[in-house]
Design a protein around this ligand. Structure first.
Ligand code: FAD
Length: 509
């Protein structure tokens, strides 16, 4: 009997690994996985270093680990079953679409058997979500969030939400005052194992991550900073709770050139690998709130991300695949501009965010949504092209989490989880960030050579998609503003948008 541990299931305290302490462990490090996209080298280092640390940790605790370094996953299964003919394996269900079935087929082909069991790295089971969702095919996060709060008891007092409200978002849209000093984000000096992986990634994948579809190098393997062990992930959590949690709420949507992390937890990379469990995170945060005076809007705002959004996205993906991945209800067909790889643009916001992604494979939520996705959506980029980019570029990216976030939330490619597109003009960017202060473009202008591209693209987007969006009652107000413009102004906006699209294609924005 063998427990198969996948690269994003690195925990010994949950799932079959915890229940079967005497069974052999199989881990497969397949190089082919890393070639599917021009992955950011930090993502590759993160996954492979975390796997090797986990292997060493298990061995140090006396477990027998069969760690196979092979070209393809099938090679690993083949080698294992040659050594242990007819072995019975067990694995937690991967969150990727048909992941469990594909694994089972693969093991069957090699005359073994595989039992695929519940994935214990999430908090809400499929049965529980399906019971809540019934036969609905469009989902509202706020409804699910209340359901899962009641189910788990987090921030509940009897049957009611702590503080009397479910949501404190109205207090969570602030920007820091003058003189604000952002907290320093934690970083980890690579140990010997990580250094070896960095070297290996650099040798093995050179020419892949440094040759993205548009050519040119886009990311350096070093310096690498992410947590790769349980201890490091717990240190990130500690740091978050002691240094950043209190202001998480108010500054959750704020963006600043001098702080790429703001008050975000930076836990997604470790969380999505199983290195830290969501229950540990939620317990630590809610306990802190009981022990000292943490503002409720920060605690609730954070709980909503981990308990609400993360679980919600996982299950919406599970239920709506495969259609979700290919959805494109606005029929957007523009290619992804080269600047997403190079960061080369005079738009200060885009250039800053893309540079950050190139440097560390991360940007925080509102930059993903309201800078990158917003811009791509307004430009008319095909949702699938943007999804591929997010999947390749971020340290925390997996198909199950990028797809609902990019195709559903970010680009409105599908209406399964949003009732309207998350799009805005420069006004939002200016309100929530300091990017516009030194930008080449004028934030208040919609037309003219140096008008901020967000403005004309925004009006052009509404105009182009009027037949699909105008009747949406949540869009009434913005369409009334569009209707205030006369035909000549609309024509100028269309021309400007067409020329911006052309410039983006040429790599000259
Ligand atoms: P915090 O702001 O501190 O939030 C805490 C945790 O809440 C995160 O670690 C994450 O686990 C969870 N969370 C919050 N929002 C979401 C969400 N919408 N979906 C899933 N989990 C959420 N998240 C990923 O984990 N991987 C991705 O590849 C990813 N791609 C995204 C792409 C787009 C276009 C958008 C709009 C969002 C994406 N997100 C993704 C969600 C979110 O942006 C990240 O989880 C978050 O920025 C990670 O940073 P953090 O750990 O500092 O998060």
């Amino acid at each position: 009997m063998t427990v198969l541990v996948l690269g994003d299931q690195l925990t010994a305290t949950r799932g079959p690994l915890s229940r079967r302490p005497d069974d052999r462990v199989l881990m497969i490090e397949a190089t082919e996985f890393a070639r599917r996209h021009p992955y950011h080298p930090h993502k590759l280092t993160l996954v492979f270093s975390a796997m090797r640390h986990f292997r060493d940790d298990l061995r140090a605790r006396g477990r027998s680990v069969d760690y196979r370094q092979v070209e393809t996953f099938a090679d690993g299964i083949d080698a294992h079953l040659r050594e242990h003919p007819g072995d019975e394996l067990v694995v937690m269900r991967p969150p990727s679409y048909r992941g469990g079935n594909r694994l089972r087929d693969l093991v069957d082909e090699h005359d073994g058997s595989l039992d695929v069991v519940q994935n214990d790295l999430f908090l809400c089971s499929s049965e529980s979500f399906d019971e809540w969702a019934g036969d609905r095919s469009s989902y509202r996060h706020e409804d699910f969030y209340r359901f899962v709060r009641r189910e788990t008891g987090y921030l509940m007092e009897g049957g009611d939400p702590v503080g009397g409200q479910w949501n404190y978002d109205d207090q969570n849209r602030e920007t820091p005052p003058d003189g604000y000093e952002p907290p320093e984000p934690p970083a980890f000096e690579p140990d010997e194992t990580t250094r070896e992986v960095v070297e290996w990634v650099t040798e093995t994948f050179a020419g892949e991550y440094d040759e993205p579809p548009y050519g040119g190098d886009w990311a350096d393997p070093e310096p690498f900073r992410w947590p790769v062990t349980q201890e490091q992930a717990r240190a990130v959590l500690d740091h978050f709770v002691t240094e950043r949690l209190d202001d998480f709420g108010p500054y959750q949507d704020a963006m600043r050139t001098d702080s790429w992390a703001m008050h975000h937890s930076l836990l997604s990379a470790a969380l999505n690998l199983g290195v830290i469990h969501p229950r540990r995170i939620l317990d630590r945060v809610t306990n802190a709130a009981e022990e000292r005076d943490v503002p409720l809007n920060s605690v609730e705002g954070f709980v909503r991300q981990v308990l609400g959004w993360r679980e919600f996205m996982r299950h919406v993906y599970r239920r709506e695949m495969p259609d979700l991945a290919s959805a494109n209800q606005l029929d957007q067909t523009e290619p992804l501009p080269e600047l997403f790889w190079t960061g080369e643009t005079d738009m200060a916001c885009l250039s800053d965010v893309v540079d950050g992604v190139r440097e560390r494979g991360y940007s925080h939520h509102i930059e993903r949504l309201m800078i990158l996705s917003n811009f791509a959506t307004l430009l008319g980029v095909e949702p699938q092209a943007l999804n591929r980019w997010f999947h390749a570029a971020y340290v925390d990216a997996y198909h199950w989490v990028t797809t609902p976030n990019v195709v559903g939330m970010g680009t409105f490619g599908s209406a399964v989880l949003s009732t309207k597109p998350y799009v805005s003009s420069a006004n939002y960017v200016d309100t929530m960030s300091d990017y516009c202060n030194d930008c080449h473009f004028y934030k208040t202008k919609a037309t003219g050579e140096r008008a901020c591209p967000f403005n004309s693209l925004y009006w052009d987007f509404l105009d182009r998609n009027a037949d699909k969006l105008r009747n949406n009652h949540r869009m009434n107000l913005v369409y009334s503003h569009l209707d205030d413009k006369d035909e000549a102004e609309i024509e100028t906006i269309r021309d400007r948008a067409a020329s911006l699209r052309e410039r983006a294609r040429r790599g000259d924005l």
